[in-house]
Design a protein around this ligand. Structure first.
Ligand code: MN
Ligand code: MN
Length: 313
């Protein structure tokens, strides 16, 4: 590969709005610093990210092809298991992330920008200032959408003061006066399940984790009203069971109701007791309501990891 081929900038598999918009933002940042970068995405747009791009007239990143031998910059993830399979053969030049970083394989030292904020776009908005690269109103609007999405409209326990401050600054740049109104439009787009198979719903916003040597996959659907989704509980559980039958050890789908501020969890696992221990609720037919559970990172992954790690392997 020629040394002139641009740095490929992309987020995790099953990209969410943050992965798509932060890829565009990091690309603009790297280009603004005189590097050559191009944005890509490791999966199709979700209804929410499609809304965010069209609302702010942003281009759609190109579909990610092979990354073998390429220079890459990662946004919104830093664990190679959440990226494409040939990522280990790429040269990671930069990482911009807000998740726990525990499986990064990078032979040469990359630029590492990690911060415990709720959204990668929050971190990037600060870096535009740091590098004195100007941010377009369009990108600012897209980044505001990413923050609204990742913080579940500031209801998630992972929300920090920096996320709120960045959202206000970006709203000013984008000319958005009603942040809550934009959040409601975004959530309506996110909750659109028309024409989707049960499997597509489980996998729409799905992440793979390894907990004490055990595989756990967690999908999340956010909605202003969980009733339509909960009426599909049996079918959604069957789709989770299908993924388990294909080799995923434990699969959980969280249906997060932002009006009631909690989540229904649907779980198919050989270790139901560990899920009950993690969330303090019995599973009935593989299902439970967990009040206050909104953030995957803080309210789902963290307690589950502790439960799995409490078992001697
Ligand atoms: Mn993400
Ligand atoms: Mn994110």
């Amino acid at each position: 590969m020629s040394s002139r081929s641009p740095i490929l900038v992309f987020g995790h598999l099953c990209p969410d709005t943050d992965s798509v918009v932060s890829a565009l933002a990091a690309t603009a940042l790297l280009n603004g610093r005189g590097m050559s970068a191009v944005a890509a995405m490791a999966g199709p747009l979700t209804p929410e990210s499609r809304f965010a791009l069209s609302r702010f007239h942003l281009p759609c990143p190109e579909p990610l092809g092979s990354v073998s031998g390429r220079q890459v910059a990662l946004v919104d993830f830093s664990n190679v298991e959440q990226g494409p399979p040939d990522l280990e053969n790429a040269q990671i030049t930069a990482v911009f992330d807000h998740h726990r970083c525990d499986a990064l394989v990078a032979p040469r030292t990359p630029e590492l920008w990690l911060a415990p904020v709720a959204c990668c776009a929050t971190l990037l908005s600060g870096l535009f200032r740091f590098y004195e690269v100007s941010l377009t109103p369009e990108l600012a609007g897209g980044m505001l959408c990413a923050i609204l999405s990742d913080t579940s409209q500031f209801k998630s326990s992972s929300t920090t003061a920096q996320d709120r401050r960045a959202a206000e600054e970006l709203a000013g740049l984008a000319g958005i006066k009603d942040i809550n109104g934009l959040g409601a439009e975004l959530l309506a787009a996110k909750a659109d399940i028309s024409g989707c198979s049960m499997r597509e719903l489980v996998l729409r916003d799905f992440k793979d984790f390894t907990m004490n040597g055990h595989y756990v996959g967690i999908g999340q659907l956010e909605t202003p009203d969980s009733k339509p989704l909960i009426s599909l509980k049996k079918e959604l559980l069957a789709a989770c069971a299908e993924l388990v039958a294909e080799g995923k050890e434990s699969v959980m789908l969280a249906i997060t109701d932002l009006s009631r501020e909690g989540s229904y969890i649907l779980v198919v696992t050989p270790y139901p007791a560990l899920f009950e221990q993690a969330f303090g609720q019995p599973l009935r037919d593989g299902c439970a309501w967990i009040a206050g559970m909104i953030s995957r990172k803080s309210d789902m992954v963290r307690p589950l990891r502790l439960a799995f790690e409490s078992v001697r392997s």
